[in-house]
Design a binder for this molecule. Sequence first.
Ligand SMILES: Cc1cc2nc3c(=O)[nH]c(=O)nc-3n(C[C@H](O)[C@H](O)[C@H](O)COP(=O)(O)OP(=O)(O)OC[C@H]3O[C@@H](n4cnc5c(N)ncnc54)[C@H](O)[C@@H]3O)c2cc1C
Length: 382
Amino acid sequence: MDFTLTEQQEFFKKVIVDTVDKMVAPKAQEIDEKDEFPWELWKEFTSLGYLGLRYPEEIGGMNADKIMCMTFYEEIARGSVGFAQSVIMNILMGTYFIYRFGSDSIKERCLYPAMRGEKIATMCFTEDQSGSDLGATRTTAVKDGNGWRINGTKMWITNGPICDFCTVLATTDPSKGLKGLDFFLVEKGTPGFSSGQILNKLGCRGTVTGELVFDNVWVPEENLLGEELGKGVNYVGDILDEVRLMTGAMALGIAKGAYNEGLEFARKRVAFGQPIGNYQLIREKFADMDTLMNAARLMIYYGAWMLENGMDSRLIAAEAKMFATEVCLKVVDEVTRIYGANAFAYEYTPQRYFRDARFLLYGGGTHEVLKDFIGRSIIGKL
Ligand SMILES: Cc1cc2nc3c(=O)[nH]c(=O)nc-3n(C[C@H](O)[C@H](O)[C@H](O)COP(=O)(O)OP(=O)(O)OC[C@H]3O[C@@H](n4cnc5c(N)ncnc54)[C@H](O)[C@@H]3O)c2cc1C
């Protein structure tokens, strides 16, 4: 077993750690407080080419392997979760379907500009009545001439209110439930496509999240993203492990950011004549946090290695996402204890990590749904 990073992976890690430390982390508090999309940072950061992280070099991408991708997701989340969500949406789910199924002209219009940060992408599954339960999707797409007519409303869409295009899940045959779902590309400026309510979120502030409305939106046939009708859910399955591992990697990043703050505080803060880090009960917290974070890291990168090597990563991806998230929630909680009352003040960072970490419970699958999937996979159909 060899856990050594290749020279390329090592170099990539060094550069992204440095970039996040210099460019992203110093702005995290301001992004959170203002809760506005950081356009300046977006321009500066996206000029570095990271939005093409997982796409081939021939089309301007970085061709990063899955280990490098996880390193990236972990590090950018350590810097600022609010910013990371927008960036990762462009890199992964926001562009996945147009990369895989888009025509040349769709790629020219949407994919390549999105990889350069000139266009903002998003992905729409969730509706006000359905999240985990994709089979309950109410947005419809009905064949109309040489295209499709889409009607419905999507909720909780990362980048939604500022997106230039979105991939939207709709039912083309409501009688078929999960087997009647397909994805469509809808671009800004298409008549009937608009942005609705913008959500005032607990965490991940800075990323604009909200409602997208499709009111009799007509798109041409080429905007149907898929080779075969009714296979939308299968296509999601092809990217799900990567999405789950990515969410777990973000959990590692948030945990690491909070942990570092707690460590610095424990070394400096004096109580009863000595730094609190001298007290056994505080040391125990670091022993536990470090152990858990190492275990989560092993699971995430093991899953990424399996994915990279074409192995079946369904179980490990679900388990790693769930475990890393629970570890992250534990770490951000412990850090707010170590920090004392200052953790309760907006001037300091622990409260931000504490709030940001909560989003991990939903993206990539809720833990109830994941546990159900893991249990069913293990026991099998009886
Ligand atoms: C910050 C943020 C950004 C997001 N960005 C996007 C985005 O860009 N695009 C998008 O489409 N969505 C997005 N979402 C939505 C996210 O994908 C959903 O929240 C998620 O799918 C869960 O759906 P839900 O919130 O509707 O909860 P539900 O699925 O309604 O679940 C509610 C509760 O019921 C439980 N539950 C559901 N089914 C079962 C079951 N079978 N067994 C046991 N318990 C069950 C859940 O675990 C949960 O506890 C975002 C959410 C957040 C918080």
